[in-house]
Design a protein around this ligand. Structure first.
Ligand code: SF4
Ligand code: SF4
Ligand code: SF4
Length: 199
C-alpha cells in the first residue's frame, strides 16, 4: 500500500470528513420557506426540508455544531470541512440527518460529492450538478470500485486505492458531470467549496 500511496504504512488509514453534497454549486432552490427551529434535524422532519433536492444539505449546521475541533464551518449556508483541523472523530457524521458526511481516506483519489437517489429527470429539475445515475463510471472502472449502494452512486475507497494509478482514473471522463465525480484533493476541495459558498 505504501508503494501505491507514497505514505508510510498506517498513514493510509488516516481519514477525513467529506460532505457528499454539492448543493452550493448546483443552484438548488428552496421549495418552501421553513420557519421552524433552525436545525437540520428539525427541518428534515418537515417534508424532508425546504431544499428542492430532498437528499441535499439543509445548511443549518448541525454538523458544525457537533464538531469539537472547529473543523467544520457553515459558509453562507453550506458546510465546509477544514481538512487541516479535522481529526475524523465522526461527530458530524452522526449529527447529519441526511447522512451526507462520510469519513474517507485522506489519500482518496476520487469522490462523488452527491447523495441523490432521484431519477435523472428529477435531479436535473432541481440541481445543476447532481449525479444522474447513468452508471458510466460504474461500467468503466476496472477495479469495480464504484457501485450503487442503497440507491446512491458510491466509491468504495478501499478498492479504488488498492487498484492504484493503473486505472488512469477512467471514471472521471466517463462522468458527464465531471464536477460531480471529481478528483479528491483536500486542499483543492476546501478552497473550491469555500469560494463557491462565499460567492
Ligand atoms: S466533527 Fe470530527 S470528523 Fe467532523 S469535521 Fe469535526 S473533527 Fe472532522
Ligand atoms: S451536512 Fe447535514 S448536518 Fe451539515 S448542514 Fe448539511 S444537512 Fe445539516
Ligand atoms: S476508475 Fe480508478 S480512480 Fe476511478 S473509481 Fe475506479 S479505481 Fe478509482
Amino acid at each position: 500500500m505504501g508503494a501505491i500511496t507514497g505514505k508510510a504504512a498506517g498513514a493510509a488509514e488516516a481519514l477525513v470528513a467529506v460532505v457528499h453534497c454539492s448543493r452550493v454549486q448546483g443552484g438548488v432552490h428552496k421549495k418552501y420557506k421553513y420557519t421552524g427551529h433552525e436545525t437540520c434535524a428539525g427541518a428534515s422532519l418537515a417534508f424532508a426540508g425546504p431544499m428542492g433536492c430532498q437528499y441535499g444539505c439543509l445548511g443549518f449546521g448541525d454538523c458544525a455544531a457537533a464538531c469539537p475541533f472547529d473543523a467544520l464551518h457553515v459558509v453562507k449556508g453550506f458546510p465546509v470541512v477544514d481538512p487541516e483541523a479535522c481529526v475524523a472523530c465522526g461527530n458530524c457524521v452522526h449529527a447529519c440527518p441526511k447522512e451526507l458526511i462520510k469519513l474517507i481516506p485522506r489519500n482518496a483519489r476520487v469522490i462523488i460529492p452527491c447523495s441523490t437517489k432521484d431519477s435523472p429527470k428529477v435531479t436535473m429539475s432541481v440541481c445543476k450538478v447532481g449525479c444522474l445515475h447513468n452508471r458510466a463510471c460504474i461500467r468503466k472502472c476496472p477495479a469495480k470500485a464504484i457501485s450503487e449502494v442503497d440507491g446512491v452512486v458510491t466509491v468504495d475507497q478501499k478498492k479504488c486505492i488498492a487498484y492504484g494509478p493503473a486505472c488512469k482514473e477512467v471514471c472521471l471522463p466517463a462522468c458527464k458531470k465531471v464536477h460531480i465525480l471529481q478528483p479528491m484533493s483536500l486542499e483543492g476541495t476546501y478552497k473550491r467549496l469555500t469560494e463557491a459558498a462565499a460567492a
